[in-house]
Design a protein around this ligand. Structure first.
Ligand SMILES: Nc1ncnc2c1ncn2[C@@H]1O[C@H](COP(=O)(O)OP(=O)(O)O)[C@@H](O)[C@H]1O
Ligand SMILES: [Mg+2]
Length: 137
């Protein structure tokens, strides 16, 4: 199914709640959208909505950030990755098959490794503070 949501930065927590409610059995989320569109920002809101209270930072340089709130939460950013082999080296297939929460920016290299159940979020910039989210779930 598909759902569209327009949201401002003030509405991001409410938006995260809706995103998590769409398919409660899906724990893999992939994010498409240009640099600066808001992938990291909505992922921060989603991780907060899952009950994690600490600081969430961008994994652009670290590749993977890991959080724990009773469940494991992984935030990936594959922007700098050039080849699929680099992802196989870090064991990406295991990360996405373990039923942990995974939030993935720049997911194109792993498109064919995704499990049956995942949620795809496409973000478009409408104006400085407004974004359009198209969610396939
Ligand atoms: N509605 C919105 N949703 C998300 N980010 C927004 C919104 N409005 C403004 N912004 C700003 O846009 C920027 C998005 O950056 P970021 O989330 O790092 O993008 P990306 O991870 O896609 O490169 C942030 O500076 C954020 O404050
Ligand atoms: Mg980012």
């Amino acid at each position: 199914m598909t759902k569209d949501i327009n949201y401002s930065i003030e509405e991001i927590d409410k938006t995260a709640k809706i995103v998590l409610s769409l398919n409660p059995s899906a724990k893999i989320f992939i994010f498409n959208g240009e640099m600066g569109s808001g992938k990291t920002t909505i992922i921060k809101a989603l991780i907060k909505e899952l009950g994690y209270e600490g600081t969430v930072s961008s994994p652009t340089f670290s590749l993977i950030n890991e959080y724990f709130n009773g469940n494991k939460i992984y935030h990936f950013d594959f922007y700098r990755i050039k080849s699929r082999n680099e992802l196989l080296d870090i064991g990406i297939d295991e990360y996405i098959s373990r039923n942990d929460w995974c939030f993935i920016e720049w997911p194109s290299l792993i498109a064919d490794m995704l499990p049956d159940k995942y949620i795809e979020l496409n973000i478009d910039v409408i104006s400085n503070d407004d974004r359009k989210l198209r969610i396939n779930y």
